[in-house]
Design a protein around this ligand. Structure first.
Ligand code: GCU
Length: 681
């Protein structure tokens, strides 16, 4: 193109007052001032906050008091951590463009968030776990704006969860963004979601039919003709399907547009073995939105069990609590979330239950990439409140959960809640409302519910399409093997109901070693690691023998803080994790499941921390997924043992002092050092 003409076109483009710019998303994580407590004038733009604490997001104001447990000696059973208001302030320097819309996007803040721009209220959100946005366009001025945000994690009767075996970490504990879009854009106010819903309708070898619904918003004062281009791109970025729709959107309205596309010779999202991801791109005017697409089908029924792409698929793994870290609460980084997912990936899970509330967006994205199935749920835990406000907010949280996670192929189940423990007040209207909300938004996925403490066929357990149970035989009650008898009884009583296990587990402190372990008292300070291993060895053998169970989820992946506990080796911790809260130590039970679930060669000598030994003659127990394991004691080869049901044992005699034990399978070796002395003192 002649240089003169090119220069003319460039000048023209820049000169256009409303030169259409693509959607922008700028991080607002930096340069906040924070104050714990309420300050009635903190929203005033002239308020002086320079004595407040300078912080960056993500941030929680419970990072330091999360471990504040109760004191049994003083009869305190429940710990205390701060639940109350706090304020965040920062400047926002913007040159607002005519016709542009400006939104604050919070990825999660607990529990109630109220935002003010230049002293003007720009939004309030009730709920602690979902993304939400506020349109701040009309309050924005050119130059310096003052953004003040009040966050309050006080327990209130209209916001679930009303209680639970976990802390409600207050604050702006996930990312905050400033989103800028043209007046005509893909809707940004659809329950905090992308405003796009892509659904795989049918799959054959030759092709897959994909239905895409997009919500187009006209935030201008005049009706406008719009063109929406929907494109499906493969993992290399190549266009594999495309369609365009044109229609008119009246001023200040949102219009849904739907289109069907066909992907030829689709590559399926097939779980752990092949989590192939496409991208769906929606373009309208200057606005572009992309969402993931995994071409797959997922069904569960009593006759066929779980089918992924029409083939049986075993669903086993662990529960994850909200992503969190010791000393940081839930204010964690993407890298820390990725590490959690990597640890679970290495254990060999096929699925994860994201317990008790909507989790960080990064968790779902990682699950898509790793091919890990996800069960995710609304935060109905233990009890409900009878008010309409509680039901309305629970429905809102379910709508946010689905709108925001609909396009993740990893998500296969929407959970209605967990362990409603009482029929007074009557929980059924709330559960019915959540069930109908889920079905109205998504007919492609089943709903589930994690049941415990009322009768196994209590009405609360019958609203969802399928049901799972939280059962701790051999920990809170009963014996290890009882879970099989119990499951068979429920299966016989409800032959047409798909049932699963949503939680089973036992506590363990890596500081407590007792070989062989006696029965542990759950509420006691002594939680030997060996008891947790024995619990999981026995429970898994029983559960894996019952394919009618659609799911088996261990409680829980990582130790986590819980104000209501005071057991194990420290207060305010739930130590049923397979991995310690700091992620530094994988307990022996983790390796039991890795031996059962991972096909990467492994061998693990248990009780490495149980030293010095108290007796000379000890048993070596090894977990492995190999056929046989060779043991060496202080450099001398002992017998090679076959691995039977992922375990091999040897009886050995220790010499005085330090003993080196090595277990080898193929070219993998694990080594421990146990010391022994018969001298006392
Ligand atoms: C319950 C509950 C969990 C809790 C667990 C436990 O089933 O769902 O939130 O942490 O049991 O007792 O550890």
């Amino acid at each position: 193109m002649p240089k003169l003409l090119l220069g003319l076109l460039l000048t023209l483009a820049l000169a256009l007052p409303n030169a259409a710019i693509a959607r922008e998303k700028a991080s607002l994580n930096a340069a906040w001032m924070f104050h714990k407590g309420d300050v009635p004038t903190a929203s005033d733009p002239n308020f002086q906050a320079d004595t407040w604490q300078a912080i960056e997001l993500p941030h929680t104001y419970n990072a330091s008091d999360a471990g504040a447990g109760g004191d049994k000696a003083r009869g305190e059973e429940e710990g205390v951590y701060y639940r109350g208001p706090a304020w965040y302030r920062r400047d926002l320097t913007v040159t607002p463009q005519p016709g542009k819309r400006y939104f604050l996007q919070f990825e999660g803040a607990a529990l109630i968030t109220e935002a003010y721009l230049n002293g003007k209220s720009v939004g309030r959100h009730d709920g602690g776990y979902a993304t939400f946005r506020f349109d701040i366009t009309d309050a924005l001025k050119s130059g310096r704006n003052v953004l003040a945000v009040k966050v309050d994690n006080t327990r209130v009767n209209h916001i679930a969860p009303l209680t639970g075996d976990f802390n409600v970490f207050g604050g702006l504990y996930r990312n905050v963004w400033l989103v800028t879009a043209d007046g005509i854009h893909v809707d940004l106010m659809d329950h905090g979601g992308p405003g796009v819903y892509a659904t795989t309708k049918t799959i054959t070898n030759a092709s897959a039919d994909i239905h895409v619904k997009s919500l187009i918003r006209n935030d201008t004062a005049t009706s406008a003709p719009v063109k929406v281009r929907t494109t499906i791109l493969d993992a290399s970025g190549k266009t594999v399907a495309q369609s365009t729709t044109t229609f008119t959107v009246a001023a200040n309205t949102t219009v849904p547009t739907e289109t069907n596309l066909t992907v030829k010779k689709p590559r399926l999202w097939a779980g752990r073995s092949a989590p192939y991801l496409y991208t769906v791109k929606i373009e309208t005017g200057s606005d572009t939105v992309t969402v993931p697409l995994g071409v797959r089908t997922f069904t569960i029924d009593v006759k066929n069990g779980v089918l992924l792409n029409g083939k049986p698929y075993a669903v086993y793994g662990a529960n994850m609590q909200q992503p969190g870290r010791y000393g940081k609460g839930t204010a964690v980084s993407d890298a820390e979330i990725d590490e959690d997912m990597q640890i679970m990936d290495e254990m060999g899970v096929t699925a994860l239950r994201l317990a008790h509330m909507q989790h960080h967006p990064r968790v779902y994205e990682e699950a898509d990439r790793r091919g890990i199935l996800i069960s995710t749920e609304a935060p109905l835990v233990d009890f409900i409140d009878a008010s309409d406000a509680f039901k309305a907010n629970a429905v809102q949280q379910m709508q946010e959960l689905i709108a925001q996670n609909y396009n993740h192929p990893s998500v296969v189940v929407w959970g209605l809640g967990n362990e409603i423990r009482s029929n007074d007040p009557d929980p059924n209207p709330v559960l019915a409302a959540l069930q109908s909300t889920a079905k109205a938004m998504d007919t492609s996925r089943p709903t589930a519910y994690a049941h415990c403490c009322l009768a196994d066929d209590d009405p609360v357990a019958l609203h969802s399409d399928i049901v799972s149970y939280n059962k701790y035989f051999g920990w809170y009650w009963g014996e290890f093997e009882d879970i099989g008898k119990w499951a068979d009884e429920v299966h016989a009583k409800l032959p047409n109901r798909v049932i699963g296990i949503s939680e089973y587990g036992a506590g363990a402190s890596i500081l407590h070693q007792e070989d062989l372990p006696k029965r542990t008292v759950p509420q006691a300070y002594w939680h030997p690691e060996q008891y947790q291993s024995a619990y999981h060895e026995a429970n898994w053998k029983v559960l894996k023998a019952r394919p009618y169970l659609w799911s088996n989820f261990i409680w829980v992946a990582f130790d986590f803080p819980s104000f209501r506990r005071n057991e194990g080796d420290r207060p305010a911790i739930n130590d049923k994790g397979l991995v310690t809260e700091d992620r530094k130590v994988r307990k022996d039970a983790y390796y039991w499941y890795q031996a059962n679930w991972s096909d990467k060669p492994m061998v693990h000598i248990t009780s490495s921390r149980d030293t010095p030994k108290r007796v000379r003659k000890v048993t070596v127990k090894v977990y492995s997924n190999a056929a046989e394991v060779r043991l060496r004691l202080n450099g001398v080869d002992l017998a090679v043992q076959p691995v039977v049901d992922h375990m091999a044992t040897w009886k050995i005699e220790l010499k005085d002092g330090d003993n080196v034990i090595e277990a080898t399978a193929g070219d993998i070796t694990d080594q421990v050092m146990w010391s022994y002395t018969d001298k006392i003192g």
